[in-house]
Design a binder for this molecule. Structure first.
Ligand SMILES: *Cc1c(COP(=O)(O)O)cnc(C)c1O
Length: 427
């Protein structure tokens, strides 16, 4: 048998990089054990939900046409509702991505004259056009739905005083984002989200609380729906798809709200009764089954990267010891070459397209060139090992995913190898 060090060396990882990585990994043993415990808990939660809802081989059958009585689809939605402890759930390949799921939850449950409040700062970039913060064709603003926002305080906590002032007779829904996305604020724990929901509901009990749960699923043992969220929303090409779902989004929550989402997704009158699953159900079920350990792998990768690059003197967000509420890791290199070499390393470690070299490129919606590394089975999937960074100060790279821990480890070691080769890091 070829010794493991030899295989690493054959793949281009030098001895000093490997031993540096192994030393860091040793110190993370306790934290990795905690992550494995959370994965164990969530694995049981998922299997139990599948058993309780009598998932059978028939659920994987191909359904076409209108999709009336699509057993696989209807059962999967019950499984999601069990996992999230909600009355109902909408889980569909016709929901194309996370932004679509969020847009659906908003548009289905807001009417002209209503106001949407973001009590914890600006939502994810793509929602700016959905809401109409940036004028856009078909935005909520065009339908006379207004928007107000209360930013976080300097220390990253909720500005309760101004949230109270912002809630008025028009306020119908509150939108809270669990993950920091690509902002510099900390991500919120589910417990913190629960405190915020309890606060706004004390002021106005009939407020609908929606949580953008993207990148957060299965990182903790509870989800926003366990602490009062009326709708919990996410993408299947992130955590809950487990790397296998090739498309899709979900909304789990109160029955009346989910029904409204169904009418908005298909048509008034038809709602959730239609929408054939087109043979995609096995990947949805199996991906969900794998999702707890996949999220754990990605989390270990993020913590490993934070510890490696912090030790080397680069600012990392979250830092090496902080508790985690999503799977995103940022590393600030301070120079463009740092971002570029990091991404080249991630690409070189991919199972798919490992031979291509990523380069900075102008992208729609960005005000600087952007470099992206992704060698994924599902195009654009960010639960698979991936990295990207805008080429502008502070020259930070955002890194996430990894379907298995050994692959996440290889990717991060390869990023370090490329930085060493370029002379940006000396070990
Ligand atoms: C990824 C993400 C979205 C949007 O999801 P897409 O699938 O890319 O449309 C929304 N919110 C957060 C926090 C995200 O991470």
């Amino acid at each position: 048998m070829t010794p493991i060090n030899t295989i690493y060396s054959e793949m281009g990882i030098r001895e000093t990089v490997l031993s540096f990585g192994n030393t860091i990994e040793k110190d993370l043993k306790k934290r990795f054990e905690k992550i494995d415990k959370i994965a164990e808990y969530n694995q049981l939660k998922v299997v139990k939900a599948m058993q309780d809802n009598r998932v059978s081989a028939g659920c994987f059958n191909y359904a076409s046409g209108y999709g009336y009585d699509d057993q696989g689809r209807d059962t999967l939605e019950k499984v999601y509702a069990s996992i999230f402890h909600t009355e109902s759930a909408l889980v569909r390949p016709q929901i194309t991505c996370g932004t679509h799921a969020l847009a659906l939850a908003l548009a289905a449950n807001l009417r002209p004259g209503d106001e949407l409040l973001a009590p914890a700062g600006k939502p994810y970039d793509t929602l700016e056009e959905v809401i109409g913060i940036r004028p856009s064709n078909g935005s909520l603003a065009e339908y006379g739905i207004t928007y107000s926002q209360v930013d976080l305080l300097e220390d990253g906590t909720f500005d309760y005083e101004n949230i109270e002032k912002a809630i008025n007779e028009k306020t119908k829904m509150v939108a809270i984002q669990r993950s920091k996305g690509y902002q510099t604020r900390p991500s919120f724990s589910v417990e913190q989200i629960g405190e915020l929901i309890a606060f706004v509901k004390r002021l106005k009990p009939d407020l609908i609380c929606m949580v953008d749960n993207c990148y957060g699923e299965f990182v903790e043992t509870i989800e926003p729906s366990d602490v009062g969220a009326d709708m919990t929303v996410g993408s299947l090409i992130k955590n809950p798809g487990g790397g296998l779902a090739p498309i899709g989004g979900y909304i789990a929550g109160r029955e009346d709200l989910i029904d409204a989402c169904g009418y908005r997704l298909t048509s008034p009158g038809l709602g959730r009764e239609v929408g054939a699953s087109l043979g995609i159900m096995k990947d949805f079920y199996q991906g969900l089954f794998l999702a707890p350990t996949v999220a754990a792998a990605a989390l270990k990768g993020a913590i490993f990267a934070a510890n490696i690059y912090e030790k080397l003197g680069f600012p990392v967000i979250p830092n090496s010891t902080e508790s985690r509420h999503d799977i995103i890791q940022a590393v600030e290199f301070g120079i463009p070459e740092g971002v570029i070499e990091f991404c080249k390393g991630i690409q070189a470690a991919a199972p798919v397209d490992s031979y291509v070299t990523p380069e900075p490129w102008p992208m729609p919606g960005y005000d600087s060139d952007v470099i992206m590394a992704a060698g994924a089975f599902v195009q654009g999937s960010s639960i698979e090992l991936s990295a990207d960074g805008p080429i502008k100060p502070p020259y930070a790279v955002y890194f996430q995913g990894g379907l298995t821990w050994p692959h996440a480890k290889l990717g991060i070691l390869m990023s370090l190898e490329y930085l060493v080769r370029a002379g940006i890091v000396t070990l």
